[in-house]
Design a protein around this ligand. Structure first.
Ligand code: TYM
Length: 330
């Protein structure tokens, strides 16, 4: 058992997809075999996008069911709902006071929203709420509250984890050693998983393959992956192919080498490559998908797991928050 504390969160803003699986869920389930792990459903972070509680509840169950179906070790891992731990909001309020506003101005997601407004000729802050603007502070609170060492995330979240580290550093500088400095952990080949159109797979681009889509939908989505117009006989570059980029996260070493060779040699059309990908993903995910469907029909079981996770998370959060409160307010 390693003594590193691992933590990650996932927002209940849509049904989890292959990008979430490769970037965060799969490494997390792996790390939870040997590490004390905190994994939470970031429902407070969903509020700047979704204003319908029923949708948030549905996606919360989906994420919990997916993690359990993927075999998350619930002895080592504490699985909980972010909003069940009130200390995270209190800590975010405390951290506001040592976080430079300029840091928030530099956040990628805020800058992207401003750029979009500017391009559309709108007021720079049109439609941007404070939940989006202060998002990185709440995320720092998530990470620092549990004395986290390592945060497995996709490359799109790297800046947020670095901000959490910066904020911890500012705090320690003013109030003395209070927080550990967390590190992002981004798999070498898992940085950004492309979606059906080749851009980053993302709920906001509507280009996702849901992780546990029923078999027929999975097949349909995979067949829709955009490719270039190379003919079957032509050699193809696997490293530029979304099909191969997905395949390598489901297949074993020898199968990956084999498909790579078939791409490079030529003689295989993209339709065949897609069928190979579908069959691989379907065989790897079919047992967990059945368990996922069982859990989604038994949400009371999920409520029990989330309640016991919240109790465990709270006992850690109370201690850290107490330390911060003492440092700041005596
Ligand atoms: P979220 O919900 O957008 O995504 C959850 C995780 O999936 C990763 N991911 C991807 N990885 C590779 N390729 C992709 N196409 C792809 N799309 C998503 C994300 O990097 C993430 O790891 N802000 C976070 C949630 C959060 C959090 C935290 C994470 C809240 N507090 C504290 C870590 C620690 C988010 O929006 O992730």
């Amino acid at each position: 058992m390693s003594d590193q504390i691992v933590l990650t969160g996932i927002k209940p803003t849509g049904t989890p997809h292959m990008g979430n699986y490769v970037g965060a869920l799969k490494p997390l389930v792996e790390m939870a075999k040997t590490n004390k792990t905190f994994v939470f459903i970031a429902d407070l972070h969903a509020l700047n996008i979704i204003h319908d509680p029923n949708q948030i509840r549905q996606h919360t169950y989906e994420i919990a069911a997916i993690l359990i179906a993927l075999g998350l070790n619930l002895d080592n891992a504490t699985l909980f709902r972010q909003s069940d731990i009130v200390q995270v909001s209190q800590l975010a309020t405390m951290l506001m006071n040592i976080t430079p506003k300029g840091l928030m101005n530099r956040a990628h997601s805020y800058k992207a929203a401003v750029d979009k407004n500017t391009a559309a000729g709108l007021d720079t802050d049109a439609g941007i709420n404070m939940g989006l603007y202060t998002y990185p502070i709440l995320m720092a609170a998530d990470i620092l509250l549990y004395d986290t060492d390592v945060v497995p995330v996709g490359a799109d979240q790297k800046q947020h984890v670095e901000f959490a580290r910066d904020i911890a550093g500012y705090f320690n500088h003013v109030y003395g050693e209070t927080f550990k400095l967390p590190e992002p952990m981004i798999g070498a080949d898992t940085g950004i998983i492309p979606g059906l159109d080749g851009r980053k797979m993302s709920k906001s681009y509507d280009n996702v393959i849901p992780l546990f889509a029923p078999e027929s939908e999975l097949k349909k989505k995979i067949m829709r992956i955009i490719t270039d117009s190379k003919l079957p006989e032509e050699p193809k570059n696997p490293d530029e192919s979304t099909i191969f980029q997905l395949y390598r996260h489901f297949a074993c070493e020898s199968e990956i080498a084999d498909l790579r060779a078939r791409f490079e040699r030529g003689g295989m059309g993209y339709g065949d490559a897609k069928r190979i990908l579908f069959e691989k993903i379907n065989s790897v995910l079919s047992a967990p998908r059945t368990e996922y469907e069982r859990l989604m029909a038994n949400t009371a079981e999920l409520d029990t797991v989330l309640a016991s996770g919240a109790a465990r998370a709270r006992s850690v959060a109370e201690k850290t928050y107490e330390r911060v409160h003492r440092a700041m307010l005596g």
